[in-house]
Structures are given as structure tokens and as C-alpha cells.
Design a protein around this ligand. Structure first.
Ligand code: G3P
Ligand code: CA
Length: 330
């Protein structure tokens, strides 16, 4: 299946409702929601825990900048966040200039886009499914639970309350829950799921320790990077199968180093995952950021879907994945 990564984010600003609508029109099977919490406990659909990569927050609220230079969702009310202008992603390219993160995509600071809440996106999906007769699912990610715990907030509990309100409470294929934090997934499986009556398939997102996707408290109580490299080692799948239903690896980790166009070899990770009953949904295929071993995005789809045997994948370009799969079954 095809998961629209932050919507059809290859074409429209990530995580906007416009990008989600386009992804539905392009035939995506699932829409992704990354989440962060506001100071007044609302869930906003946003990839980063900070607002500055995709909005004018630095110009509007310069005094809210933290020492690391970022403007955190946790430091703003929903009303303040709603007042921001959303842009396609920009990167700092000098003292005060900003350049597009992906130069061929929707131009930064064009048109008018806004932030929205998880409730608003679920209402939107319910409406679009009703009007089209489709059954597009959701693929929700809890971003940085540790950062929220540090602020006294439980992003998993807040998310489960909303998912339950919208009827996403069972393994009927309409929803997945993903997270990089294994302790949080274990807590959901053992406590939060049973206590709320929400039983969703849980996906362990994977990355190496260097990417610092999540943190844990050390003996002194300080938050330190979680050492996640064990997941990538042979034998890493069995422990994950104890608390999760699938894995979300970086797709580059499914291909042997040294692979070249026409000579691509896959690692054993997908087979090892399948052997212990785990689904495999790698991230993120981008037609405008191809690996060295592919000259066209169809080669990436072929390696992942056909050669490695993944069960689905995240892509910024849902139309291209849907088109590839349609041609494969002709
Ligand atoms: O959730 C799958 C993929 O989105 C993980 O990477 O950083 O884009 O959330 P990221
Ligand atoms: Ca994500």
C-alpha cells in the first residue's frame, strides 16, 4: 500500500489539508499525521516539534526563540499557532535568508496555508471519505514523547482520546500508530491501549542512534539520546515483535551499501521482520532525492515493493507509487 508522507508533500506544503486532499485524489491508501502538543494541550499536525521550518513564527514572535534557535510548538497556544502563515519548507541559507528545502517543489511563501489540529484533519478525512466513497486510512505518529513528558504532557494519551472519539479504536485497517520511541510503544501496548479500549497496530520507526530521534532519562535524570542501533542488527526484529506489529525503517537501510544502478542487493531485514510476523513500511521515497543506486523513482519502488517485499511505503509522491503499483498488476 501507499502512505502519503505528510500528504502529497512533493507537490504542496507538508501536512496542510490541501496536501492531504491531493494525496486522496492521487489514490493514496493512508494519510500520515505527525503530531505535537501546544502549551494549551491541543494536538497540532506538524512534523517538527518546532514551527520555524514551515512558518513565519520567527518574524511574528521573535522573543519566543529558545537558546537552540528554535520556536517550539510547546511554547505557543493553539490560537497563536493558528495565526501563523504556513509555507513549504525552508532551510536557513545564510544570516537571514531562507531557501527552499526542495527547490523543485511548491515555492516558499506562496499562496495561503494554515496549521490545523488532529481533530480537524480527522473530520476532514471523514468528510472526504464520505463524499468520495473511499476508505482512506490514517497513519499517525507521536513525535518526541520524551519532549512532551519533560513538559508534563502525555502526547500518547491525548492522541488516543482523539482517535477514540473518531472511532479509530480497532485493527480494522483504518489506522496505524507509529513512533520512534520503543518505551512509549511498550507503554501503549501494556497500559494505554487496554485502559482506553483503543487497540491499533503499532509500528516501531527505526533510525540509527546518531539521528537522535528519541531520548531517555539517564541515571541523573538528564534526557540523553536513546541508543537505537540494536534494532538494525541481526536479531533486532524479535524483540520488536514483542510489543509492535510492524517496523518503519529508513528505506536506505534495506539496501546493501555498494549497490549500483542495475546491481541492487537488499539486506535481510525485511525477511527477518516477516519471519517474526512484523509488517514493513519503510520511509520515505522522494522522486527528487534518489539514492545513488537508482536513476528513476520507479527503480526505488521496484526494489522496495518487488525485490525487498515491503508491505507498503511512505512517499512524498503518492501518485507515482500508485501508478507504479497499477502498472505492476496490469
Ligand atoms: O513516519 C515515517 C517517517 O515520516 C519518519 O520520518 O522524520 O519524516 O517523520 P519523519
Ligand atoms: Ca512521520
Amino acid at each position: 500500500m501507499v502512505i502519503a508522507h505528510r500528504g502529497a508533500s512533493g507537490y504542496l506544503p507538508e501536512h496542510t489539508l490541501e496536501a492531504k486532499a491531493l494525496a486522496v485524489a492521487q489514490g493514496a491508501h493512508y494519510l500520515e499525521q505527525d503530531l505535537a502538543m501546544t502549551s494549551d494541550d491541543h494536538l497540532v499536525v506538524i512534523h517538527d516539534p518546532y514551527l520555524d521550518r514551515i512558518s513565519d513564527v520567527a518574524r511574528r514572535f521573535p522573543e519566543r526563540r529558545r537558546p537552540d534557535g528554535r520556536f517550539y510548538v510547546l511554547d505557543f497556544t493553539l490560537e497563536e499557532i493558528r495565526s501563523l502563515r504556513v509555507t513549504s519548507a525552508v532551510v536557513e541559507a545564510g544570516e537571514s535568508e531562507f531557501a527552499p528545502e526542495y527547490p523543485g517543489r511548491f515555492p516558499p511563501w506562496s499562496s495561503r496555508f494554515e496549521f490545523h489540529t488532529l481533530q480537524e484533519e480527522l473530520e476532514f478525512i471523514r468528510g472526504i471519505n464520505y463524499a468520495t466513497g473511499r476508505q482512506v486510512g490514517i497513519y499517525t505518529e507521536l513525535k518526541a514523547p520524551w519532549l512532551h513528558h519533560d513538559a508534563g504532557k502525555d502526547i500518547a494519551a491525548a492522541t488516543y482520546a482523539v482517535l477514540k472519539e473518531f472511532g479509530y479504536d480497532s485493527r480494522d485497517g483504518s489506522a496505524y500508530l507509529q513512533c520512534f520511541d520503543p518505551a512509549e510503544l511498550q507503554r501503549i501496548k501494556d497500559d494505554l491501549g487496554p485502559s482506553t479500549g483503543v487497540d491499533l497496530p503499532l509500528i516501531q520507526l527505526m533510525s540509527d542512534t546518531a539521528h537522535q530521534e528519541t531520548r531517555v532519562r539517564d541515571a541523573e535524570g538528564a534526557w540523553v539520546p536513546y541508543e537505537s542501533d540494536w534494532m538494525m542488527q541481526p536479531g533486532g526484529m524479535a524483540p520488536i515483535a514483542g510489543y509492535a506489529d510492524g517496523i518503519g525503517p529508513d528505506y536506505h537501510d534495506l539496501v546493501d551499501e555498494g549497490s549500483e544502478p542495475g546491481d541492487v542487493r537488499v539486506t535481510g531485514m525485511v525477511d527477518e521482520a516477516h519471519d517474526v510476523g512484523l509488517l514493513v513500511h519503510p520511509y520515505t521515497v522522494r522522486a527528487d532525492a534518489l539514492p545513488s543506486w537508482a536513476r528513476h523513482v520507479d527503480e526505488v519502488f521496484s526494489v522496495l515493493y518487488d525485490q525487498a517485499g515491503v508491505d507498503g511505503l511512505f512517499t512524498d509522491f503518492p501518485d507515482l507509487a500508485v501508478g507504479f503499483l497499477a502498472r505492476s498488476t496490469e
